[in-house]
Design a protein around this ligand. Structure first.
Ligand code: GLC
Length: 730
């Protein structure tokens, strides 16, 4: 009997588990499918409770000085989300406790934050990460960021930023992966998967947020918050692909953009937020507006008043209002007046609840309050940050192999960036602290037998040249000069547009003065955008672009300068010859006339350094590019191959970049488009074969202005370096 009883008891438990535990409300029953729980909870909510879920509050300003929210004195515990800026989980748990215990339904709050390139362990800015051409390694860094964020009580990061940008005057180029839609797609998808893991409800995983949806990178003349002229064709072929890739990677949320998309701001754009994202792509998460983006619809001349701005935003598909505090006061009356339907409110609430359930917040609303030394700046996290920084550096010039530095050389380390810590963090550095950063000086001092002789020379800008003499003296007494120039961390990022991409004149003058000392000069550049190097590169014997490398910048620089690490970075943004060439990017259309016609009459029309460029301490010989077939049908796969030999005496990582060119098509296509890349370590003297499995529909087609993918028969060129092979689609 006992045995039978136990079997029936087990069956009863299973039955109750399968059908839901009858003792608790369905939405609180984790054994039920998420959709059932969403519908059950939604059915229990009042209109006010639903509207509360559509609001994200902040506790005042966030990390961006120009974003100051009103200090909300008392946070209603029914709110959907809180922009969380505390340094530990204590206040998060306290706030969450109010939501779970003081509200009628106990709906957990979603805590969001800008973990953009690290939370406290700050790794290289995304523009640098792209230059590593190593999305897996960038993903490792995002895993660190997710864990540090999770441990402090953050459930949701406003990252990755996947805005394709081709105007380096725009400060936010620093936050994306560069000018190419495909590379941006690969890195964006890697970040999403790294943040969210396979199951968002697992500890250490956080929800991702693709931003800024869409076309923000096309900001007119590089200014911020402005109009963007984007044709439907450009929308589909340039700006949407990284978002589509991120959605396919499972991104839980997107953030609508500030910019006016050819007359309809991103935050009131039904075509992008509903027709494309939710209807064509089937995204079932939610869209949060950017900071005050709803309120800004009035400023942008879209809405006459706040209530109409709310009406336009929610009806266009903006599900959650970030810190405007406008949905709360206006939505109920808009529903009552019929300007907003209950169905639209329910759809938005459903989407937000769905993500909260998927995050497991109902089951584990609180976060373990770990001591700081168990959750931030862990050794393994620092190792990831260093390895990633090393792979982001791009060697732009290296005359006479002045790099790597030779053992025993007396090094002069000069320039405003040499001892800077905060500037190596870059913009949007989360809770990163300058004191965490190992400076270039400290990094080099750690590895050189004799610490470098140091002279600041000058500041980042201004006219004070009083330090030049000492700098020149320091240079003259050394065997080689490492001159550290670049941008302050605040010169890029949000609201950081610049009319010129040249460095301040005083930095260029310092280079001239130091060069006159007659010693080899290695210029290190730390910056958040492509720069005008026309007066810098010619005077330098070597130029190493280190971007804003994060807290392990110093050790990474030391490793590359001394040759312990062979630089492997490649540019993902074009470095124009000068500001006057902007916009200039590799995947431009063919001009109507070749040759010299139509070119600038006063400066070169080619860039200083092109997309994909970067040198190494070794050299790579490319074998003959081959294809498995030179004619094929849409159902075939064609394999392109090339063998690469490391012809030098130093191991190195080489990235083979595979481009496609469609020489003629119903709509004009770029001169070439990146469609695949792979980075591999090739030991000195050895060879590796790289392959590109060409899927015609994926790799050779284009998307037209209606979002339809079009593949046309005819010739296509597969391009690697200076080789190209023609393949013909029957
Ligand atoms: C900012 C930025 C956005 C950020 C948000 C929250 O204005 O545009 O990237 O995630 O506000 O801080």
């Amino acid at each position: 009997m006992k045995k039978i009883l136990s079997v029936s008891l087990i069956l009863a438990c299973c039955f109750s588990a399968v059908a839901g535990n009858k003792n608790i409300l369905p939405y609180k029953d984790a054994s039920l499918p998420v959709e059932e729980r969403v519908e059950d909870l939604l059915s229990r909510m009042t209109l006010d409770e639903k509207i509360a879920q559509l609001n994200q509050y902040s506790l005042g300003s966030n990390d961006n000085v120009n974003n100051n929210g009103e200090m909300v004195k008392v946070l209603p515990p029914e709110i959907g989300s809180l922009l969380y800026t505390a340094d530990d989980a204590v206040s998060r748990n306290a706030m969450q406790k109010r939501a779970m215990e003081e509200t009628r339904l106990g709906i957990p709050i979603l805590f969001g934050y800008d973990t953009v390139h690290g939370y406290r362990t700050i790794y290289p800015i995304p523009l640098a990460q792209g230059a590593s051409w190593n999305p897996d390694l960038a993903g490792e860094a995002c895993r660190v960021a997710a864990q540090e964020s999770y441990d402090v009580g953050i459930d949701w990061t406003f990252s990755p930023m996947v805005d394709v940008a081709r105007d380096p005057r725009w400060g936010r180029v620093a936050e994306g992966y560069g000018e190419d839609p495909y590379l941006t797609s690969v890195f964006g998808a890697s970040a999403v998967k790294a943040y969210q893991g396979d199951d968002m409800s697992e500890p250490g995983n956080i929800a991702a947020c693709l931003k800024h949806y869409v076309g923000y990178g096309a900001s007119e003349a590089g200014r911020d918050y402005v109009y963007t002229e984007i044709s439907r064709q450009s929308l589909w072929s340039t700006y949407l692909p990284p978002f589509e890739a991120g959605v396919k990677a499972g991104a839980a949320t997107l953030m609508s953009s500030f910019n006016d998309i050819s007359g309809t701001p991103g935050s009131a754009n039904h075509y992008t937020m509903t027709e494309i994202l939710k209807e064509m792509w089937g995204h079932d998460g939610f869209v949060v507006g950017d900071w005050h983006a709803v309120k800004q619809l009035v400023t942008q001349g879209m809405a006459p008043d706040d209530a109409t701005a709310v009406e336009y935003a929610i009806n266009a598909g903006l599900d959650m209002d970030m810190t405007d505090n406008l949905y709360m006061p206006h939505l109920a009356s808009l529903v009552e007046s019929g300007r907003v339907s209950v169905d639209r409110i329910d759809d938005a609430v459903r989407r937000i609840l769905r993500i909260k359930f998927r995050l497991g917040l109902f089951e584990h609303p609180y976060v373990e309050e770990k001591p700081e030394n168990e959750r931030i700046l862990l050794p393994e996290s620092l190792d990831v940050a260093r390895r990633l920084a090393e792979e982001t550096f791009v060697l732009l010039k290296n005359e006479e192999d002045v790099l790597p530095l030779k053992p025993g050389q007396k090094v002069a380390l000069i320039g405003p960036m040499a001892k800077s810590q905060k500037d190596l963090l870059g913009s949007w550095h989360g809770r990163g602290l300058a004191e965490d950063v190992v400076s270039i000086f400290d990094g080099l001092s750690e590895v050189l037998t004799e610490a470098p002789a140091y002279a600041a020379g000058c500041g980042f800008e201004g006219d004070d040249r009083s330090g030049f003499d000492e700098a020149v003296k320091t240079a003259s007494e050394a065997d080689v000069v490492v001159l550290c120039l670049g941008e302050r961390y605040s010169w890029s990022g949000e609201n950081a547009s610049r009319s010129t991409i040249a460095l301040p004149e005083i930095q260029e003058d310092l280079l001239k003065a130091v060069k006159a000392a007659g010693k080899p000069v290695v210029v290190l550049l730390s910056n958040g955008r492509a720069l005008d190097l026309t007066r810098i590169s010619p005077l330098a014997d070597a130029v190493l672009e280190i971007w804003q490398p994060g807290i392990m910048g110093g050790p990474a620089v030391a490793s590359v300068l001394t040759g312990k690490t062979n630089p492997s970075g490649r540019l993902t943004v074009t470095f124009p010859y000068t500001t006057g060439q902007i916009p200039i990017y590799y995947c431009q259309r063919h001009p109507a006339r070749d040759g010299s016609q139509g070119r600038y009459q006063d400066i070169p029309s080619t860039p200083m350094y092109e997309f994909g460029y970067g040198l190494s301490y070794t050299s790579y010989d490319y074998g003959t590019l081959t294809v498995s077939a030179d004619s094929f049908t849409v159902n075939d796969t064609v394999t392109a191959r090339v063998a690469v030999t490391n012809a030098g005496d130093m191991d190195g990582k080489e990235t083979v970049q595979w481009y496609v060119c469609d020489p003629y098509s119903t709509i004009t296509r770029p001169v070439k488009e990146l469609k695949h890349f792979e980075k591999k370590l090739i030991p000195a003297g050895e060879s590796c074969t790289f392959e590109f499995e060409i899927d015609p529909m994926r790799d050779l087609s284009y998307v037209n202005w209606k979002g339809e993918r079009i593949l046309e028969p005819g010739d296509y060129y597969i391009i690697v370096k200076d080789q190209k092979v023609c393949i013909t689609l029957e």
